[in-house]
Design a protein around this ligand. Structure first.
Ligand code: CR1
Length: 831
């Protein structure tokens, strides 16, 4: 079995590159594009032009694969998954596409002969940052795996003109700047005006009484906007299947401005144009908080409605008006509740347009949707004021009421007369301002609901949706997240990839469990040396980058301790900071304090309106400034905050990390995926028993990870008993000293109190995320990590075993789980 897969897999990569251009043809093609597409030549071209010309050459292969894939899917009338997501955090595409096509080395050589360096020109590509963090990057990893596994799939989302803001740090503070990723065009995308959709909004609903007693509803929209699709081809590893990520851009339609225009209101007509175009202008920069703004709901409806129309158009081409096979052909995965309005939208189409009766329409609808929950944080669970919903989507609100009325009858049957449970399960939250709960709608309208790691899914069942779980015990399930090893090892860490190739063969990117084969070399002195040499080289590389970006010099012999993720109190970057301050104090009090030199590296964006998160960034930068310039300690301790953390920066930081900080309060981080990427690249985790850390610990073994802190059960017990942060503040001298330090002007000369908000949040504020409770245990785990690093052989063994045991966390495994447990899809080979 194993050898068979190996052969097939190896053949797959090799055979696809046979149909590809050879080096000479690539060279000719790049030069042709330089001349004929860009109107320049080899002497004049700068890196940007070379990058574009190379993209154009590669895109020729990509588009050929796309055409063949679409033809195969059409001819085989395949069932497909449609991944609806408000975010796709794609990063850069060139390296990934080259690797997946098997063209990387060839292209590198071709460019070399042209006097051009591939690594340099890849730096020209702006990140496609159409997402905030984990949720959006997960979607990007998933579409990579879907194509790799030859599964028919379409990603659907929004073509934001501006992705996540660019972060600058000025005087320690985060400043947001617009992200203009498309200003000079995006060579990977294809505009498809032939598939434009009209999307209605606002207006009112008219009730009509038909002859047969049927009541028909007609929505008279106030506005219609156009949805223009842009297709980003998604190349699977091996280059056979090329699926599509279809992103919708909003445009004004003539429909709503014509009257105004005719009445002489040229300026007003333009205003309406601007409004329509606003829909896909910007990504909301909130991670795990809901925006509650008109425009956000309109964005959600806009892309869901465009995508549904697109799916239905394709379905009808094969099946005409016969709806009976719709849910056999189409499964729609809702990535969080952001696209949940697709549920009433499909009902509207089936009832008002196709004129099906309610029960039939609902039976189709509730076999089509599945929903992934990504968080338990109450502030992230979406709710819309019913009045706002009614104004924007009047017909949908009616449909939601009807879904809810029928659902309440089901609840009554299970819990007769229990109004409390009804209140809790209702899609409509009662109160002075009625709210529409998108989570409840998603559970009721889906045939499957999943969490994203074992513990998270268990908590979804136990705490978030216990009654739903009682009503439909098999609906709620788990699919543990994963990451694509193509981007997160093969492409971002080429030296380590080659070392692995040499040891266990080249097919691990398709079969990540093969990494287990490295375990037998974990104690092999030569392999340890090679492994750690690569880590050190990667650290030298990163040190250069840090110097270029911040002017701070860091020593590659120090431990590189990395915390990279969105800035949020629950992720507890400030716990890390308190530890850094404690180390600083120890070093000041005792210059001989025994510790291996360590560099703490941070990368994090804060939501622009999240004051405390921005204060934490400021505090990290101020403490960093002080420590880095303090000659008494800076040979042992440095702190770096790298600005504008994004996918392409992660690709540089992850291969160079020794320690991975995964220190959320237990029960708060649904899964985490950075934890997987870092461990895959040989970093050791310092982490709590939260999210996927628990499963990582199971895989690597307790002796190869530094676990600390309260467990979920202990957090619950502490809350029940009544948590008092002062118990810790008053009883731990070091902790008290460090917290009080924040009130002084030591880090902000002349400005005492500039960092006090952090301390307040952890004391008077109640320390919601148990930073103080976990401080001591965190310090102990860090000491153990320090001790382990001082034994190079032991550390090397642990690092190797981390890489060796990450097989479970390939997104290919996640996707196979989805296929088996939820989607029931068959692969379709593309010849
Ligand atoms: C979770 O916080 C998880 C990703 C992807 C995030 C993180 O732990 O790894 O989703 N949730 O599943 C989120 O963004 C809106 O919720």
């Amino acid at each position: 079995m194993t050898t068979k897969t190996t052969k097939r897999a190896t053949k797959k990569v090799a055979s696809s590159s046979k149909t590809m251009m050879n080096k000479a043809e690539l060279k000719a093609s790049i030069v042709k594009h330089l001349h004929c597409s860009l109107g320049t030549d080899e002497n004049k071209a700068n890196n940007h032009a070379w990058w574009k010309a190379t993209c154009a050459s590669v895109q020729e292969h990509v588009l050929e694969g796309l055409r063949k894939t679409q033809k195969s899917h059409y001819l085989n009338d395949t069932r497909a998954v449609h991944y609806f997501s408000a975010e796709f955090l794609m990063g850069r595409l060139m390296s990934n596409n080259l690797h997946n096509l098997g063209l990387f080395e060839q292209t590198e050589k071709a460019l070399n002969e042209l006097g051009v360096n591939l690594t340099d020109i890849m730096e020209e590509e702006p990140d496609m940052a159409l997402g905030n963090g984990g949720l959006g990057r997960l979607a990007a990893c998933f579409i990579d795996s879907l194509a790799t596994l030859d599964l028919p799939a379409v990603g659907y989302g929004l073509h934001y003109e501006h992705g996540l803001f660019r972060q600058e740090i000025q005087n320690g503070e985060q400043i947001e700047r617009p992200d203009s990723w498309r200003d000079y065009g995006n060579p990977w995308e294809i505009c498809r005006p032939e598939s434009i959709q009209d999307i209605p909004l606002f207006g009112y609903v008219e009730t009509k009484y038909g002859e047969n007693g049927r009541i028909n509803k007609e929505w008279h929209p106030g506005h219609i906007v156009k949805g223009l699709p842009w297709d980003i081809p998604v190349v699977g590893y091996g280059g056979k299947t090329v699926n599509v990520l279809r992103l919708w851009q909003s445009q004004s339609s003539d429909y709503f401005n014509w009257d105004v225009f005719n009445a002489g209101g040229y300026v007003d007509a333009q205003t309406e144009n601007v409004q329509a175009e606003t829909i896909s202008k910007v990504l909301y920069p909130n991670d795990e908080t809901q925006a509650g703004k008109d425009l956000r709901l309109i964005q959600q409806y806009f892309f869901s409605a465009c995508s549904l129309k697109d799916i239905i158009r394709r379905y009808k081409r094969a099946h005409g008006d016969d709806w009976s096979r719709f849910s056999e052909q189409v499964v729609i995965q809702l990535n969080d509740t952001h696209p949940a309005v697709a549920i009433p939208e499909l009902m509207r189409i089936l009832i008002d347009r196709a004129e099906l009766d309610w029960d039939y329409a609902w039976s189709i609808c509730s076999k089509t949707f599945a929903y992934t929950n990504h968080t338990l944080l109450p502030e992230a669970l979406e709710k819309w004021p019913a009045r706002m919903f009614e104004r924007i989507l009047p017909r949908h609100l009616e449909i939601i009421y009807e879904i809810n009325r029928r659902f309440m009858d089901e609840v009554e049957a299970v819990w007769p007369g229990n109004n409390e449970i009804k209140r809790k399960l209702s899609i409509i939250e009662e109160g002075p301002d009625k709210m529409v709960r998108m989570g409840n709608l998603s559970v009721i309208g889906s045939f499957a609901v999943n969490g994203v790691a074992e513990i998270h899914s268990a908590l979804v069942k136990k705490d978030l949706f216990p009654e739903f779980n009682h009503m439909w015990p098999s609906k709620l399930t788990n699919v543990t997240n994963g990451i694509t090893p193509r981007r997160w090892l093969k492409a971002c860490n080429p030296a380590l990839s080659q070392l692995i190739d040499g040891k266990i063969g080249q097919d691990w990117p398709l079969n990540l469990d093969k990494l287990k084969g490295l375990a037998e070399f974990a104690e092999d002195a030569k392999f340890q040396k090679q492994f750690m040499k690569i880590k050190r080289d990667n650290k030298v590389q990163l040190a250069k980058e840090v110097m270029a970006l911040t002017g701070v010099e860091i020593d590659p012999n120090a431990i590189f301790d990395v915390q990279i993720k969105r800035l949020h109190e629950y992720k507890r970057q400030h716990l890390n900071l308190l530890y850094i301050m404690a180390l600083y104090r120890r070093l000041l009090e005792n210059p001989d304090y025994d510790m291996h030199p360590r560099v703490f590296l941070f990368g994090a964006k804060a939501a622009p309106g999240y004051k405390l998160a921005k204060d934490i960034i400021f505090a990290i930068n101020k403490v960093a400034e002080k420590i880095n310039n303090d000659a008494r300690v800076n040979h042992k301790l440095k702190v770096v905050f790298l600005p504008n953390y994004r996918v392409s920066l992660a690709e540089k930081m992850i291969p160079a990390a020794d320690i991975s900080e995964q220190i959320s309060t237990a029960g708060k981080e649904a899964s985490g995926t950075g934890n997987m990427k870092l461990s895959l690249n040989g970093a050791l985790t310092v982490g709590t028993l939260d999210g996927a850390n628990i499963e990582i610990a199971e895989e690597v073994g307790d002796e190869n990870i530094f676990i600390f802190g309260l467990t979920v059960a202990e957090v619950e017990a502490l809350d029940k008993k009544g948590y008092n942060p002062f118990d810790y503040y008053d009883n731990n001298r070091e902790l008290k000293a460090v917290l009080d330090w924040l009130d002084s002007d030591y880090f902000t000369p002349g400005k005492p109190g500039a960092l006090s908000s952090l301390k307040r949040s952890m004391l008077e504020g109640g320390d919601h995320y148990k930073v103080l409770a976990d401080f001591t245990s965190y310090c102990e785990a860090q000491s153990l990590a320090d001790k382990a690093y001082k034994e190079p052989e032991r550390w090397a063994k642990m690092a190797i075993l981390n890489t060796a045991h990450m097989g479970k966390f390939t997104s290919d495994r996640s996707i196979k789980d989805y296929v088996e447990r939820i989607w029931k899809l068959d692969p379709c080979k593309v010849e």
